[in-house]
Design a protein around this ligand. Structure first.
Ligand SMILES: Cc1cc2nc3c(=O)[nH]c(=O)nc-3n(C[C@H](O)[C@H](O)[C@H](O)COP(=O)(O)O)c2cc1C
Length: 168
């Protein structure tokens, strides 16, 4: 397991477009008995309700969603490029069907009871502030529903406070 140190959010110098959209992240949730993780490349970081927050978008079908909803916490882990193969795997297979964390060869660590993937070089611990289902009636761009939701597997938007930031 790696050693992480807590860093101040002011020290974080990242490009969220690149970090999330190109490099991807692992959304991990659960407890000491069982945790699950999935790859995500949609989301953001910013300020809401006076707090430093992340925005993540999780489709209804994801096993990870059950863990987030149950615990009200999750982590975002940002592994380096050398873990691209593992991230593709964790984004293609569901933990509902197999023990994908072991199969991918990645490791779960815990901080403040929240699971994270130890292969990340940066870890954000997050506490859910709101969970808002995205519904087709809300779309102002009529093409979105057809383009992204042909199987009606809609996203829930989670806005979550960043409670701790850890770097290797
Ligand atoms: C590059 C990449 C990005 C992804 N981004 C998201 C995302 O932002 N939201 C989402 O719900 N699923 C996303 N997925 C799909 C999930 O990672 C995938 O369905 C995963 O198998 C879900 O695992 P689970 O059922 O164990 O939670 C992405 C997959 C990949 C490969």
């Amino acid at each position: 397991m790696h050693t992480f140190q807590e860093i101040d959010i002011e020290q974080m110098e990242v490009n969220p477009f690149h970090m999330i959209g190109n490099d991807w992240m692992l959304v991990t949730a659960g407890n000491e008995q069982k945790a699950n993780t999935m790859t995500a490349s949609w989301g953001g970081m910013g300020i809401m309700w006076g707090k430093n927050v992340v925005y993540v978008f999780i489709r209804d079908s994801r096993f990870t969603k059950e863990f987030i909803d149950r615990e009200g916490t999750f982590s975002l882990s940002f592994p380096e490029e050398k873990y691209r193969k593992e991230m593709k795997f964790l984004g293609a297979v569901s933990g509902r069907n197999e023990d994908k964390i072991s199969e991918a060869g990645v490791h779960v660590g815990y901080c403040d009871g929240v699971p994270y993937i130890d292969e990340g070089s940066l870890i954000l611990l997050c506490r859910v502030l709101s969970a808002t289902p995205i519904q087709p009636e809300q779309f102002k761009d009529a093409g979105l529903d057809e383009a992204w939701y042909s199987s009606k597997d809609y996203h829930t938007m989670y806005i979550a406070e960043i409670t701790k930031l850890m770097a290797r």
